[in-house]
Design a protein around this ligand. Structure first.
Ligand SMILES: Cc1cc2nc3c(=O)[nH]c(=O)nc-3n(C[C@H](O)[C@H](O)[C@H](O)COP(=O)(O)O)c2cc1C
Length: 189
């Protein structure tokens, strides 16, 4: 693909941050569409494609959907949900217990990265009340909300989070428990 594209992708991945404060500028519909399209293009176990998207612009619903107040200040919220039936009809329990998480995670990450390239800030929100969200959005029983993604133009760029050094979590040939132990010990010192 070429070094330039590689550099751009790396930069996008590295510089994406969870954004929790937004300006009042609205995100145009076609940009929201492009971000959702990136989710739609993600890989899916057995190509069952259980992931679905609910776009929320209504101010009252945005306020109520999360206890995290900043969500209400975003321009638009996209709820990523899965159709449990589509995942389980071929894969049964593994579909429900694992693949729906893999599929929706892959879709969400594609969305966050596409948003970043379009200068849109996002935050992957997993802490929400499932029942409340399902009720608010009138989700049928087989549609399970997986994440709430507020989107907007970032008000500021947060500094990068602290990361466990890569060499402490990469193992060669077999799991090397000493690596992470040493790291955890170094934190205590
Ligand atoms: C599965 C998942 C759930 C998350 N849930 C929340 C959440 O409920 N609220 C929130 O503010 N951030 C949430 N985050 C964002 C993380 O806090 C954030 O990704 C992490 O601190 C690293 O920062 P970064 O995204 O800027 O790299 C979640 C992230 C993931 C992957």
């Amino acid at each position: 693909m070429g070094k330039e594209i590689t550099d751009q992708i790396y930069k996008t991945i590295k510089e994406r941050r969870s954004i929790r404060s937004f300006t009042t500028q609205k995100v145009p519909d076609e940009i929201v569409q492009k971000i959702i399209e990136a989710g739609w293009l993600a890989p899916s176990a057995g190509n069952r494609q259980p992931v679905e998207y609910i776009i929320i612009k209504d101010e009252a619903v945005k306020q109520k959907i999360s206890v995290q107040k900043f969500v209400g200040t975003s321009s638009v919220v996209v709820v990523v949900a899965v159709n449990k039936d589509r995942a389980t009809e071929r894969y049964g329990e593994r579909g429900e217990k694992m693949y729906v998480y893999h599929d929706s995670g892959a879709a969400i990450q594609n969305m966050l990265l596409m948003a970043k390239t379009l200068d849109i800030g996002t935050c992957w929100i997993g802490a929400f009340n499932d029942e409340r969200v399902s009720k608010l959005l009138k989700l049928p029983d087989n549609i399970i909300p997986m994440a709430i993604i507020p989107m907007g133009y970032p008000e500021s760029e947060p500094s990068p989070p602290r990361k466990i050094p890569l060499e402490k979590i990469v193992h060669s040939e077999q799991y090397e428990p000493q690596k992470i132990k040493e790291y955890l010990m170094s934190l205590v010192d």
